[in-house]
Design a protein around this ligand. Structure first.
Ligand code: AMP
Ligand code: FE
Ligand code: FE
Ligand code: ZN
Length: 287
């Protein structure tokens, strides 16, 4: 049995619907899927239904945008109570900031003679957690750029004319938010962030795991983080970070995490949930 614990749908910046994602998962012989859309849990309910129909195990999750010093880093949450009031209230703030940021990016594009409307971006995104990839796609749709990549290179990348910084919480706050919702907190793709120096502090702040297996980690990078995980007694996770068709080839199937890692994650979730007194059933396990 294999799992992919890092997946996106159109509820953030991926292109697949939950149903399409599940179909792809089945094609690649995966038995367990976790949904980790950016700063949202909006897709978890439809994913629960789609996985149930397909007889797959589903883990409700999210990928929170956090920062440590100057560096952006992403904290994955697994086995979350997706109806947790505090989690939903915080996520609503993240999303309001994302929506305002879209308006500001569009205003800057307008100042650069790109007559894009914020509503066009929101219509295209059609989710509560819009981001720069949606602005890029709307620019292509409006004929302002040939490709999303061109939109990023000319306008949306850091320090380009339409770039607007994003509000982020501290990593410690993200971990705490996940824990109080009964979830397990994992640092995403450490090999992409290059912020290894923060790992000891995050481990001390309660971080549960490290995403050692990731499509963009080389074999040696994976090996290094497996050592770091062992050193700090962190759980090991892995996922493809598939965004559907939005970043070229769909990545689902590139990481097949053996079930033993999922079992350990699940055991940690049970510990956390008994501590915070939340014993709601999460996701679904096919009988
Ligand atoms: P945001 O959260 O709104 O800042 O957008 C971040 C998303 O934009 C991530 O999913 C990135 O993978 C994507 N992204 C960042 N830079 C580029 C780029 N140069 N081309 C395409 N996508 C990018
Ligand atoms: Fe993304
Ligand atoms: Fe990420
Ligand atoms: Zn991701």
């Amino acid at each position: 049995m294999f799992a992919d614990l890092h997946l996106h749908t159109h509820f953030s910046d991926g292109t697949y619907t939950p149903e399409e994602l599940v179909a792809q998962g089945q094609r690649h012989g995966l038995a367990v899927l976790a949904l980790t859309d950016h700063d949202t849990v909006e897709g978890c309910a439809p994913m629960t239904a789609a996985c149930k129909l397909a007889g797959m195990e589903f883990i409700p999750g999210t990928e929170l945008t956090a920062e440590e010093g100057e560096n952006e880093l992403h904290i994955l949450g697994y086995f979350l109570d997706t109806e947790n009031a505090k989690l939903l209230a915080e996520i609503a703030k993240f999303q309001a900031v994302r929506q305002n940021r879209i308006r500001e990016m569009v205003a800057r594009l307008n100042a650069h003679q790109i007559p894009l409307r914020a509503e066009a971006v929101f219509e295209l995104a059609n989710c509560r957690s819009p981001g720069r990839p949606h602005v890029a796609r709307a620019m292509v749709q409006g004929g302002h750029c040939a490709t999303p990549d061109e939109a990023f290179q000319r306008f949306l990348r850091k320090d380009r004319p339409a770039w607007v910084p994003k509000f982020k919480v501290s990593a410690a706050h993200a971990i705490e938010l996940i824990h109080q919702a009964g979830g397990v907190a994992v640092m995403a793709h450490p090999g992409l962030n290059r912020t290894d120096e923060v790992i000891p502090a995050l481990a001390a702040a309660g971080l549960d795991g490290l995403e050692c297996f990731h499509t963009k980690h080389s074999t040696s990078t994976t090996r290094r983080y497996l050592e770091v995980a062992e050193q700090h007694r962190l759980l090991v996770t892995g996922g493809s970070d598939c965004h559907g068709l939005s970043k070229g080839k769909p990545l689902i199937g590139t990481i097949k995490l053996p079930y033993e890692y999922v079992a350990k994650l699940k055991a940690r979730a049970a510990e956390i949930q008994s501590k915070v007194g939340s014993r709601k059933p999460r996701g679904n396990v096919p009988s």
